[in-house]
Design a protein around this ligand. Structure first.
Ligand code: UDP
Length: 400
């Protein structure tokens, strides 16, 4: 894991943040804070932990990050669970539940998760709670869109969640009927990471040249795992509507996540929908393509995140940080990041997305103004330092 020091953030984050974090950290120095999730690479959770854990260490917290391991059958089961919890019709079979429980039992033995505070991210490792040691507080951290879970899937997961000492959701409306305390914590982006740091013009041009993307016309961009909830086909359809009137390019950039087995099939659907339009660029990226994503977001004229469900959508904050207006699906965490008519637009359909894309392309001044507003908003609300303050506060509240 890379070395990250809190002092490096002084010039980027709101004034007083670094001092505030040091005060909080003084109260929990040396305390053991363990994070557990199901993938080291791909997706927003890994993205956050790669940065948050080293900064916590720099602050004197004994922070660690473990990743559970499982077979293809386990990931197929947890992906089905994930889809059902995000509201898709999806049967959860007894075999799936068995592999879910057994894999977590095996991981509990190999990892022996222990800490003063153990934060279990998402449903995949949730059953680890069955094997918790006597000491330490356990909190379940939910990153997914919990606005309309399939009742049966939630009933199955709930029996694990109810055993935790608390739960954290990314949006007030994701909160559930539970007898344990529930906290609201927005995710965050790291302004100094390779994904978000400032780039030189040469770095930016270098990436576009490598991908063979000319900058001759406005660029629309969506960066996402190839996942149906991210609606890549909807993005292509919106682009086609726009293209009748406004010349532009579309970039769909994404890769897979280790814990997401559906990516290959979705990518094939996307390629088919794109046909041989030379202005659609489908970029399959490796998990460490941070510089590339950074450059693409900076090269974009408008960033799209046309999700149909979205736990939070870090790509939205990433784009706003780079001064880009965002047109996103009116779902989940996108609704707290996109301030309608100020930092972008939330939309409910392909036609709505196309309408707002055209509206912005025809109003270039607005593009710049919205981009600036977006960057300010992210600085205030969605940087890693704010996230850290939330987690340190939890460490204080739950373990003192
Ligand atoms: N991302 C990436 N490579 C990809 C696709 C996405 O590095 O091919 C990053 C993206 O920049 C963001 C995170 O992965 O930081 C995705 O987080 P988000 O909350 O948007 O969606 P999730 O994948 O967690 O549903």
């Amino acid at each position: 894991m890379n070395t990250v020091r809190l002092d490096d953030y002084r010039d980027v984050v709101p004034k007083g943040t670094v001092e505030f974090l040091r005060c909080l950290a003084d109260r929990v120095r040396g305390r053991r804070f363990l994070h557990v999730n199901s993938t080291r690479h791909g997706g927003g959770v890994a993205e956050i932990l790669h940065r948050l854990v080293p900064i916590m260490t720099d602050l004197g917290v004994d922070a660690r990050w473990e990743v559970i391991e499982g077979s293809a059958a386990f990931y197929a089961a947890t992906k089905a669970f994930h889809n059902a919890l995000q509201g898709q019709n999806q049967a959860i079979t007894k075999d799936m539940l068995d592999v879910y429980a057994a894999t977590n039992r095996a991981n509990a033995r190999s990892l022996s998760p222990e800490g003063d505070l153990v934060l279990i991210h998402d449903p995949q490792p949730a059953p680890l709670i069955e094997h918790r040691p006597r000491k330490g507080k356990w909190v379940w951290r939910c990153h997914i869109d919990f606005s309309k879970p399939q009742r049966e899937a939630w009933r199955l997961l709930r029996k694990y969640v109810a055993k935790y000492d608390a739960a954290i959701f990314s949006l007030p409306k994701f909160a559930q009927r539970l007898s344990i305390p529930q906290f609201l914590v927005y995710p965050s982006i790291d302004p100094l990471s390779e994904k978000n740091r400032d780039l030189t013009p040469a770095e930016l041009d270098g990436v576009l040249e490598r991908f063979n993307i000319p900058r001759d016309k406005p660029i629309l961009l969506q960066v996402s795992r190839f996942d149906r909830f991210k609606d890549p086909i909807g993005v292509i359809n919106a682009y086609r509507l726009v293209k009748k009137y406004n010349d532009c390019r579309l970039i769909l950039a994404g890769g897979g996540a280790d814990d997401d087995p559906e990516g290959v099939a979705v990518l094939a659907e996307v390629r088919e929908a794109a046909g041989n339009d030379p202005d659609i660029h489908i970029l399959e990226l490796p998990p460490d393509a941070h510089l590339e994503i950074n450059a693409l977001q900076r090269a974009a004229t408008i960033v799209l995140q046309k999700s149909l469900r979205e736990g939070f959508g870090l790509t939205v904050a990433e784009a706003m940080w780079k001064g880009k207006p965002v047109i996103g699906g009116a779902v989940g965490g996108i609704t707290v990041q996109v301030i309608y008519d100020v930092t972008g637009y939330t939309v409910n359909s392909v036609e709505g997305a196309a309408f707002r894309i055209r509206y912005l392309l025809n109003n270039p001044d607005l593009i710049a103004r919205m981009g600036e507003a977006g960057r300010k908003y992210v600085r205030q609300e969605f940087l890693v330092t704010r996230h850290l303050a939330d987690y340190l506060s939890m460490l204080i509240i739950l373990t003192e």
